[in-house]
Design a protein around this ligand. Structure first.
Ligand code: ADP
Ligand code: MG
Length: 403
C-alpha cells in the first residue's frame, strides 16, 4: 500500500498510509476508536474506495481488478459476526467454498479438515450452533474464516466482545493456524496484548496517521512517542487487573506480644516460637512497635515491661493494599518481614520477603504489572507506627516462624 488516503467530505479518515506486507506476515492495526483501522482494512478488498494512493496484491492494483473476484480471494471476518443459527456447523464452515462453487467431495473433505483444526469432534459437523458452547462456536467462526483457503485474511476486531479466557484460546488458535497454513493476516484490534501476542508487525494508528510500524519487540522497547507508550501501558494494566493480589492474601501469621507483658514473658515466647523479634500490640491488637532479643538483653535488669524497651517505629503495610503498589517499596527497604495491619491499625499478619520475591517474579513473567506504580508517592497503604524515620527497623530479623 503506498500513499493511501481516504477522506469523507472534509474528514480525513486515513492519511498517507504506507505498508508492504510479506506473504505469511501477521499484521495488527491498533489504535483508538476512529483512528482509521477499519477504513484502511476495507480499502484492501475495495469495500471502501481510496481517495488516492495505490494498493497492490501480488503486484496487481486492486482498483483494476473485478471487485467480486477480489473479495473472493480475500477472507474477511467482521466484528462479532457469529454462526448462522439455521445452518449446521458444516454448512456454516462451507459458506464461502459453496459461494465459490467448490465440488462436493472437496467441500466434504474441507469440512472435516476444518473441524479438526478447531480441535472439535467430527460429529459436531451435523449439529446446529445452539448445540455448541459459546467458546466452541467461536472456534468454528475462526476456522470458517480459513475454510476457503484464501491467501489473505482480514479480521476486524473478531474477538472484541469476548471474555479474556475465550479470547486467549482463540488467539492461540488463530496464531497456530496462521503459522501452520502460512496465510497472511491483517487483523484489527484495540487490545495491545492481543497485538503483541499475534503480530509479526504492528501498525499503530492515531487520527488517520501511522504512528509506528514495527515488530512487537521494538514497539515494546522503543515506543515512538507517548501515544504508543500509553497504549502499551494502559492496555497492559487493564489486562493485569483481574489478577490483582492484596497484601492480605499472601500474609502469614505474625508472632506478637502485648505491650504490657513483662520481659521474661517476651523471652519465653521468643524461645518457644524460635524467633528473635516480636511485634508488639496494645490490648486492642493495634500494632505499636517491635521488640528484639538485643533490646531485651540490654535492658533486662533495668526495665520490666515490653513497652519500656520496645522500638516504637515499625514499618507496616495495609492488608487491603495491592501487592504491585507496595512490593517495590518493601523490597527496597530490605526487610525480611513486614507487619500487615487492617484499616484500624490492628495487626493481622506479616508478609515475608520470600513471598514478595515470588510475586515479583510472577509479575515479571506475566508481563510486569508492578512497573506502573513504582514511581508513585508513598501512599497511605504503607506507613510507620511513628513519624520518626531515624530508628532501626526489624531488618533481617525473624518475627515469624521458619517453615
Ligand atoms: P476505526 O476502525 O479505527 O475505529 P474507522 O476507520 O472506522 O476507525 O473510522 C475512521 C474515521 O473515519 C472516523 O472518524 C469515522 O468517523 C470516519 N468514517 C468512517 N466511515 C465513514 C463514513 N462512511 N462516512 C463518514 N465518515 C466515516
Ligand atoms: Mg473499526
Amino acid at each position: 500500500m503506498s500513499h493511501v488516503r481516504k477522506v469523507y467530505g472534509d474528514k480525513v479518515a486515513v492519511n498517507d498510509f504506507n505498508l508492504d506486507v510479506e506473504k505469511g506476515e501477521f499484521i495488527c492495526f491498533i489504535g483508538t476508536s476512529g483512528s482509521g483501522k477499519t477504513t484502511t482494512m476495507r480499502m484492501i478488498n475495495r469495500m471502501n474506495v481510496p481517495s488516492s494512493g495505490e494498493i497492490k496484491i501480488n503486484g496487481m492494483d486492486v482498483m483494476k481488478m473485478d471487485p467480486v473476484k477480489l473479495r473472493r480471494q480475500i477472507g474477511y471476518v467482521i466484528q462479532n459476526i457469529g454462526l448462522l443459527p439455521h445452518m449446521t456447523i458444516k454448512d456454516n464452515i462451507l459458506l464461502v467454498p459453496k459461494m465459490l462453487k467448490w465440488d462436493q467431495k472437496k467441500m466434504d473433505d474441507r469440512a472435516v479438515e476444518m473441524i479438526k483444526m478447531a480441535e472439535l469432534p467430527e460429529e459436531f459437523l451435523d449439529r446446529y450452533p445452539s448445540e455448541l458452547s459459546g467458546g466452541q462456536q467461536q472456534r468454528i467462526g475462526v476456522v470458517r474464516a480459513l475454510a476457503a483457503d484464501q491467501e489473505l485474511i482480514l479480521m476486524d476486531e473478531p474477538f472484541g466482545a469476548l471474555d479474556p479466557i475465550t479470547r486467549d484460546s482463540l488467539q492461540d488458535l488463530v496464531k497456530d493456524l496462521q503459522q501452520r497454513l502460512g496465510k497472511t493476516f491483517i487483523f484489527v484490534t484495540h487490545d495491545m496484548d492481543e497485538a503483541l501476542k499475534l503480530s509479526t508487525r504492528i501498525v499503530v494508528m492515531s487520527h488517520g496517521d501511522q504512528v509506528q510500524v514495527d515488530t512487537p519487540e521494538n514497539i515494546l522497547r522503543h515506543p515512538a512517542n507517548k501515544f504508543v507508550a500509553d497504549l502499551i501501558g494502559e492496555e497492559r494494566l487493564i489486562q493485569a487487573r483481574p489478577t490483582i493480589t492484596t497484601v492480605g492474601q499472601i500474609s502469614k501469621k505474625a508472632i506478637s506480644i502485648q505491650n504490657n507483658a513483662n520481659l521474661r514473658e517476651a523471652l519465653s515466647l521468643m524461645h518457644q516460637m524460635r524467633v528473635d523479634t516480636l511485634l508488639v500490640t496494645d490490648s486492642k491488637g493495634i500494632l505499636r512497635g517491635y521488640v528484639d532479643l538485643e533490646m531485651i538483653n540490654d535492658q533486662y535488669n533495668k526495665k520490666e515491661r515490653v513497652e519500656d524497651v520496645m522500638n516504637k517505629q515499625a514499618f507496616f503495610v495495609r492488608k487491603d493494599s495491592v501487592i504491585s503498589d507496595t512490593v517495590d517499596r518493601i523490597l527496597k527497604r530490605g526487610y525480611r518481614n513486614v507487619p500487615v495491619v487492617d484499616t484500624n491499625g490492628v495487626l493481622t499478619g506479616i508478609v515475608t520477603r520470600a513471598s514478595l520475591v515470588d510475586m515479583v517474579y510472577d509479575a515479571l513473567w506475566s508481563g510486569g504489572d508492578n512497573e506502573e506504580s513504582s514511581d508513585k508517592e508513598v501512599s497511605s497503604d504503607v506507613g510507620e507506627t511513628s513519624a520518626h524515620h531515624d530508628a532501626a527497623h526489624p531488618k533481617n530479623r525473624e518475627v515469624t516462624q521458619n517453615e
